[in-house]
Design a protein around this ligand. Structure first.
Ligand code: SF4
Length: 329
C-alpha cells in the first residue's frame, strides 16, 4: 500500500492519549486488516445516541429554513427513535457490517433501563435543539450567512494537516461569527477546549473575521440543556497552535518512519487499565482469552489478564508488518 500522509485531529489526539495500542489499531492497523476496521466502527450506546442526534439535526438544517410547528418537531424526534434507532438496533443484532453496537459485539446485556435512557436522551436533545436560542439565531441570520454545516474542514498548521468536523458556523446578525458544537453528553469532554480552539484557528485561517474577538464558540449541551458561549482571543489561538504541534510531534515520534507515516505495532504499548480496556472496541485483539465472557461474571482484563508480552497468550493478532497509512480521523 502506498504511504499516506500524516494528519491531526482531536479524536486522533484523544485516542493517542487514551491508549497507544488503540491508536495504532485505529489509524494504522484498521487500514490493513478488515477485522480491525470493523471493530473500529463499533458504536457504544452513548456514542450511538450522539450520532442519531447529530444526524437528525444535520438533515433538518440541510432541508429547513424556519422553525417547524411543535407537532412537526415531535414527528421528527419520533422518526429518529422509531425509524432510525429501531433500524440500527435490528441491524446491530444481526451483526450487520453497516452498524454494530459494542454491547452486541461483546455480548453485554443492555437493560430495559439503558434502552430507555438512550431513547429519552435522543428525545430530550432534539426538544432542546428545537427550543434553543441558537437555532432561532441561526435562522435569523439566514442560510446565506451560514459558513459551515457538518463540514469536514481541513487546514495546515506548521506543516501538519489538521481535520475537524464543524457542526454549524454562522455569521450572526450582529456580525459575530458563531461556531456551534452540539453535545449529547452532560459534562465537558476532555478536549472540548482544544476542539473549539481548532475551530477558531480554522475560522481565522479562512478570514471569516478580522480579529479573534469577532469569533465566538458555543458548546450546546442539549441533554441538560446548557449553552456555553465563549469569545475567542489571541492567547487561545496561540495555545491551540502549540497544543496541536506538540501533540502531532508526539504521535510522529512513535513512527518508525515519520516521513512515510509508517508504524509498527510493537512501538505502540498497551495500557494496564482494566476499566478502560473493558470498554474498548479492540478488547478482543488484546485479550482473546476473555472474548465474549464479559457480563457473565468473568473479570476480563485485569490483573489476571493484564497485558503481558511474556505470556504468549495475550499477544495481539494484528499484522506486525510495517503499515503505511492514511490518517483522517
Ligand atoms: S483493550 Fe486496552 S490495551 Fe488493548 S487497545 Fe484497548 S485500551 Fe488499549
Amino acid at each position: 500500500m502506498e504511504p499516506r500522509p500524516f494528519s491531526w485531529s482531536v479524536s486522533r489526539h484523544d485516542t493517542f492519549d487514551s491508549c497507544r495500542r488503540k491508536y495504532y489499531y485505529s489509524y494504522y492497523g484498521s487500514l490493513e486488516d478488515p477485522e480491525i476496521a470493523r471493530l473500529k466502527k463499533l458504536s457504544a450506546l452513548p456514542l450511538w445516541t450522539g450520532s442519531v442526534v447529530h444526524e437528525t439535526i444535520e438533515a433538518f438544517l440541510k432541508e429547513r429554513d424556519a422553525l417547524p410547528s411543535e407537532a412537526e418537531q415531535k414527528a421528527i424526534a419520533e422518526a429518529a427513535v422509531h425509524e432510525r434507532m429501531k433500524g440500527d438496533w435490528r441491524d446491530s443484532e444481526q451483526a450487520s457490517l453497516r452498524f454494530r453496537l459494542f454491547e452486541h459485539e461483546y455480548e453485554q446485556e443492555v437493560s430495559a433501563d439503558d434502552k430507555k435512557i438512550a431513547v429519552s436522551t435522543v428525545r430530550r436533545c432534539l426538544r432542546a435543539f428545537f427550543r434553543s436560542q441558537t437555532l432561532k439565531d441561526a435562522f435569523a441570520a439566514g442560510r446565506a450567512n451560514w459558513l459551515s454545516l457538518e463540514d469536514l474542514i481541513g487546514f495546515e498548521l506548521e506543516g501538519v494537516p489538521v481535520f475537524l468536523r464543524m457542526d454549524l458556523a454562522y455569521r450572526a446578525t450582529n456580525g459575530q461569527v458563531v461556531i456551534v458544537d452540539w453535545k449529547t453528553g452532560r459534562s465537558e469532554g476532555r478536549f472540548n477546549a482544544v476542539q473549539l480552539a481548532g475551530y477558531a484557528l480554522y475560522a481565522a485561517a479562512q478570514k471569516w473575521a478580522d480579529a479573534p474577538e469577532q469569533i465566538e464558540t458555543e458548546l450546546a449541551y442539549l441533554a441538560v440543556p446548557r449553552f456555553v458561549r465563549r469569545r475567542v482571543d489571541a492567547d487561545m489561538l496561540a495555545a491551540a497552535r502549540a497544543f496541536v504541534v506538540r501533540s502531532a510531534g508526539k504521535m510522529r515520534g512513535l513512527l518508525v518512519d515519520a516521513e512515510r507515516n509508517l508504524a509498527r505495532i510493537d512501538d505502540f504499548a498497551r495500557i494496564d487499565n482494566p476499566r478502560r480496556c473493558r470498554r474498548c472496541n479492540f478488547r478482543r485483539l488484546c485479550f482473546p482469552r476473555f472474548d465474549g465472557l464479559q457480563g457473565r461474571g468473568d473479570p476480563g482484563p485485569g490483573p489476571m489478564g493484564a497485558p503481558s508480552d511474556d505470556s504468549g497468550l495475550l499477544r495481539p493478532q494484528a499484522p506486525r508488518a510495517l503499515v503505511a497509512v492514511e490518517s483522517r480521523a
